[in-house]
Ligand binder design. Sequence first.
Ligand code: COA
Length: 167
Amino acid sequence: MSAAQRTIVIRPATEADWPSVWSILSSVVAAGCTYTLEPELSESNAKAYWMGPGLSVYVAENDGEIVGTYTLKANQRGLGSHVANAGFMVRPGLDGRGIGFQLGEHSLVQARAAGFQAMQFNAVVSTNHRAIALWQRLGFAIVGTVPKAFRHRQLGLVDLHIMHRFL
Ligand SMILES: CC(C)(COP(=O)(O)OP(=O)(O)OC[C@H]1O[C@@H](n2cnc3c(N)ncnc32)[C@H](O)[C@@H]1OP(=O)(O)O)[C@@H](O)C(=O)NCCC(=O)NCCS
């Protein structure tokens, strides 16, 4: 077990966490490989997207440093609101240490506790092999693939997967 796995604490995000969350989000989004968000997204729009009303936001803290974050919400309004949706980001350079797995597990517990019956990811980039392997390990299946729905900054047009699991 790595040091990160031993000491990581996952807790609800506060306003004071935003600068750290933004430092993660801005570099993940600017890379243009994993999220459909526009790479030049402004800080205020990013904050509204990640920490706006209706979103439950959590951070992973390791020795006082924010090393990851996830946001949890209903995937649809109204009659689709029993299905959760979540987005995850680990600080670039700290991936592959189990932080994503712990965030994923935490989100499943929180989603169940909030009364959701399933969780769905709407846009998992088909070339994001690390994420796909992680979600499969956490019980998600690819239930659909939208051809050429993502303009990958390096690879051009690639597919997006929809991934789902019941809770
Ligand atoms: C995807 C992401 C959340 C994963 O977080 P992480 O902390 O790296 O994940 P973990 O270390 O817990 O697990 C990664 C798993 O992928 C595996 N993996 C690592 N690199 C891989 C690769 N190139 N191909 C396939 N699997 C890979 C690891 O072995 C690990 O599986 P294991 O624990 O069974 O060995 C993180 O990399 C990230 O924030 N990426 C950018 C944003 C993103 O893609 N978010 C998800 C959008 S769907």
